[in-house]
Design a protein around this ligand. Structure first.
Ligand code: F6P
Length: 541
């Protein structure tokens, strides 16, 4: 058994430090240090990180960095970048970082340099994207493609969907990308309702090519296309696949020449820079796609090389861990002040919670501390008129990440100044609040003073960049990817497996025939599940 994280002296030092820090208010910390707003900042890959509005001191940072070092992060970073099989429970390397490395790099997995394989696929993606974008790729009836429908789920959906939304400004507007993920047929039907199959290209995106939802949707899409175009042969011009499973792709009827491959060392939620990014490349074009990869790469290099005290993913990861493991914070809000990032919180939910939502350590023993926070959020300013009340005056500690840009991609009148003034104001209000004395001084009736007081001391990070570009998006995503990894190392959990999704899949597989059997099946579930199945069957008789 390896050293339990919570029995490390560095962990225990943080525990007593956190106890002492409970009563310290951000008002005092800022009053005591006029340079605080500049001191607790970092900059990398075009992102400026202000973490001064956290309940921390120099000592806190020193203790957090001592903990992450004693947990072995430097060695684990090297191991990840070198292609070692750090995903121990699946016996796999973890090499999403290789997907962003330059053409000349060398990373060997099982004696094979994966970089040349990566670029072989990237080159094919580019050639294909250029054909589709230029109108040279014709559908079965000779019409060029106008619509892309990505059929995938989880990491084969959320990353490309989020990136398309985020970078829509840079997309070729004559092409529309849509995304089908849910096995609920409504998703497919409403997505294709106004699309002409003769002008539609379906990308079936699935690492395994066995995922129930994706395969069901892919078959429905194929039936829709063949029914409208009246010819099975149409599939060849209207379906491409992104997968690691060539055998299943061929069995589905997609020509392997129209398959873009990737590898088992790319986890689903880390796959948006693999061929899973095909829809992103189709929308943006190869040049902007490579700019995005450049942003990822800049943050990867920063993470790999910069001392932890200035290392943005390490700082972010450890601040999250500070509140989760030492202050009992249950959730983390992500609040992008940019409409283009509206799906960023949803994307982060899979990245963070599928990675670090774990209860046992690498050696299988249970943790005795909290692991991943629950991530959630909405774009500003909408959230301000909905759930921010709880963050300001509720009983829960909710650390917040504010994300904003100095320049709007749609500068109209003073919209952007209003947007950003709100972002800065929210972080300020959360940190400093409003004392009962200040409320009383405004002449507020005494019975309302408590209601109108803001306790403050509510921590937040502000991430500010010049403008939302493909490179900045790449850097932002890599920032979160590596902060998740950082936390996992301290918590001693595997961020790269997801066994927790299996049980539900197996049970659903058992229940499907029970719902559809012509004669009453023998049900061996608990009394609640048995009763629900019977009610469903009765209603459908
Ligand atoms: O939900 C489990 C999961 O395996 C995710 O990790 C993954 O992103 C998703 O399913 C989709 O898997 P696939 O790309 O193999 O269809």
């Amino acid at each position: 058994m390896t050293t339990h994280p919570s029995s490390r002296p560095e962990w225990q030092a943080l525990q007593s430090h956190a106890r002492a820090f409970q009563q310290v208010h951000l008002r005092e910390l800022f009053a005591a240090d006029p340079g605080r707003g500049r001191r607790f900042t970092a900059e990398a890959a075009g992102l400026y990180l202000d973490y001064s509005k956290h309940r921390i001191s120099e000592e806190t940072i020193a203790l957090l960095m001592a903990l992450v070092r004693s947990a072995g992060l430097p060695r684990r970073i090297d191991a990840m970048f070198a292609g070692e099989k750090i995903n121990a429970t699946e016996g796999r390397a973890v090499l999403h970082v290789a997907l962003r490395m330059p053409r000349g790099a060398i990373v060997n997995v099982d004696g094979q340099n994966v970089i040349s394989e990566i670029y072989a696929v990237l080159d094919r993606m580019e050639a294909f994207a250029n054909q589709v974008r230029s109108g040279a790729w014709l559908g079965h009836t000779g019409r060029p493609i106008k619509n892309i429908v990505n059929i995938g789920i989880g990491g084969s959906d959320l990353g490309p969907l989020m990136a398309y939304e985020a970078l829509r400004h840079y997309s070729q507007r004559s092409l529309t990308c849509r995304f089908v993920s849910n096995v609920d047929a409504t998703d497919f039907i409403e997505t294709v309702r106004d699309l002409d199959p003769a002008e539609t290209l379906c990308i079936v995106a699935s690492k395994t090519f066995t995922t129930l939802e994706t395969m069901r949707n892919a078959h429905t899409a194929r039936a829709w296309l063949v029914a409208h175009l009246g010819d099975e042969a149409a599939v060849a011009r209207h379906f491409v696949a992104v997968s690691t499973n060539a055998r299943e792709v061929t069995a589905f009827g997609i020509d392997p020449a129209n398959m873009f491959g990737f590898w088992d060392w790319v986890g689903g939620r880390y796959s948006m820079t693999s061929a899973i990014g095909l829809s992103t490349m189709l929308a943006l074009g190869p040049e902007a796609y490579h700019e995005m990869l450049g942003g990822f790469r800049a943050m990867d290099e920063h993470f790999r090389t910069v001392p932890f005290e200035r290392n943005m993913p390490v700082i972010m990861g450890m601040l999250g861990l500070w509140y989760t493991s030492f202050f009992g914070a249950e959730t983390q809000a992500v609040l992008p002040y940019d409409q283009y990032l509206r799906r960023f919180p949803a994307y982060l939910q899979q990245l963070t919670m599928e990675s670090n939502g774990k209860r046992v350590r690498f050696d299988g023993t249970p943790v005795d501390y909290q692991t991943s926070a629950i991530y959630w959020g909405e774009p500003g300013t909408n959230g301000q008129h909905s759930f921010y009340q709880l963050i300001h005056q509720g009983t829960k500690l909710v650390p917040c990440d504010f994300i904003g840009f100095c320049h709007s991609l749609n500068p109209v009148e003073n919209h952007h100044d209003l947007l950003m003034a709100n972002m800065f104001a929210q972080a300020e209000a959360l940190a400093f609040g409003k004392t009962s004395e200040a409320v009383a001084d405004e002449g507020v009736a005494s019975e309302l003073i408590a209601h109108r007081t803001f306790p403050g001391n509510r921590p937040s990070t502000t991430i500010l960049a010049h403008r939302l570009t493909p490179a900045i998006l790449g850097a932002l995503i890599a920032l979160y990817e590596h902060s998740v990894f950082t936390q996992s190392i301290v918590w001693d959990i595997n961020a790269f497996d997801q066994w927790g999704v299996e049980l539900g899949k197996v049970l659903a597989g058992q229940i499907v025939p029970e719902l559809t059997a012509p004669s009453e099946p023998v049900l061996n579930h608990d009394s609640s599940t048995n009763n629900l199945i019977r009610r469903y069957r009765d209603a459908r008789k």
